[in-house]
Design a protein around this ligand. Structure first.
Ligand code: NDP
Length: 324
């Protein structure tokens, strides 16, 4: 049984996570990392290769995992690469997913490849649960809460403030809001009513901490519309407690079934490392791309189009025996 051969495109947090995750999937092997940077500057374990040479590897790779950013990398790299390789990506710009799907579908069909887009946890496993709960409980309301999670954009914004040496921001769901939803009260809640922002800051020596706190709390768009809490800590504590990229959250649907009984369905993720978990999901979907391709399917697909058994390396018979 030949292993599935995977190429990685881009080596950031997700690229590193995918490289690690492959080791836990016995039916997969990593072949190379393709990068836009000088390969000598990329400290991957797998061989790093200039992205310009990627077409030379067409016969050595079954599926590419695209690990670039959603803002500018994937919209450009995805449709180009889908003409030549089957792909998996974690495109997460929710509003633009339909347009991205269209582009990927055209390219993948042109190259007779399979592209599974927007794989991860949100979009990804959260989307699957929203779809599942909605389908089985048609009368009801679905809620998504995020956190506790590190927000890269908000952490960057804190670090740009004068007097801030180091800083991180976590988005945390508000207990009162979660409680109301879980009780089935069907509240209408804006994002700000569902989440609180908690910041941990190391200030420069002699910096005015109350001024920093004020600057954070009044920052338009980023913090001003939210309940924000700022904690000042020392550098040692920062290094000890705030080096991970945790995330997670909840998808909850409450509703009523036929005779009016109250029903609640809930899915939760509590992740110590967002990129490592996302990467693990990406690698599992490689199996689905390979199976789709074998069946002669071409074009783009989302996680909602992939049968659950296609994610496993076990046969459908084995899965029925063990998991049904
Ligand atoms: P990074 O910013 O870490 O990496 C993005 C790209 O930037 C890399 O592929 C790499 O490309 C380049 N890069 C990385 N490090 C450097 C560096 N030191 N100098 C120059 N360039 C660098 O992004 P993440 O890996 O954290 O995230 C990628 C995407 O994953 C996010 O945009 C997000 O959309 C998505 N995501 C989706 C989730 C989901 O649930 N669906 C969850 C989490 C993330 P190259 O090697 O070619 O230079």
């Amino acid at each position: 049984n030949q292993k599935i051969r995977i190429g990685l495109v881009g080596y950031g947090n997700i690229g590193r996570g995918v490289e690690l995750a492959i080791n836990q999937f016995p039916d997969m092997e990593g072949i190379a990392v393709f990068t836009r940077r000088n390969p000598a500057e990329v400290n991957s374990v797998l061989p790093a290769i200039k992205i310009d040479d990627i077409l030379n590897y067409k016969n050595d790779i079954d599926v590419l995992i695209l690990c670039g950013g959603s803002a500018t990398d994937l919209p450009q790299q995805g449709p180009e690469l889908a003409k030549h390789f089957s792909t998996i990506d974690s495109y997460d710009n929710h509003a633009k997913i339909p347009a991205y799907f269209e582009d990927m579908d055209n390219s993948a069909k042109e190259g007779q490849n399979v592209s599974i887009i927007s794989v991860g946890w949100d979009p990804g496993l959260f989307s699957i649960n929203r779809a599942l709960f909605e389908a089985v409980l048609p009368v009801g309301q679905t809620y998504t809460f995020w956190g506790k999670g590190l927000s890269q954009g908000h952490s960057d914004a804190i670090r740009r403030i004068t007097g801030v040496k180091k800083g991180v921001q976590y988005t945390v769901p508000l207990d009162q809001a979660l409680e109301k939803v879980r009780k089935g009260l069907n509240p209408s809640l804006s994002t700000r009513e569902k989440h609180i922002r908690i910041c941990y800051v190391v200030s420069d020596e002699g910096a005015d901490q109350s001024k920093i706190e004020q600057t954070i709390k009044t920052m338009p768009n980023y913090f001003e519309p939210y309940e924000t809490v700022v904690h000042f800590i020392d550098e040692e504590q920062f290094e000890k407690d705030h080096q991970q990229m945790p995330h997670g959250g909840f998808v909850i649907r409450t509703g009523e079934s036929g005779a009016g009984s109250k029903q609640k369905a809930e899915f939760q993720l509590d992740l110590e490392s967002n990129p490592e978990f996302t990467s693990s999901v990406l690698v599992a979907y490689v199996r689905a791309a390979v199976k789709f391709k074998k069946e002669g399917k071409t074009g783009a697909f989302s996680v909602l189009d992939v049968p659950m058994s296609y994610l496993s390396d076990k046969s459908p018979e084995q899965l029925r025996k063990e998991l049904l």
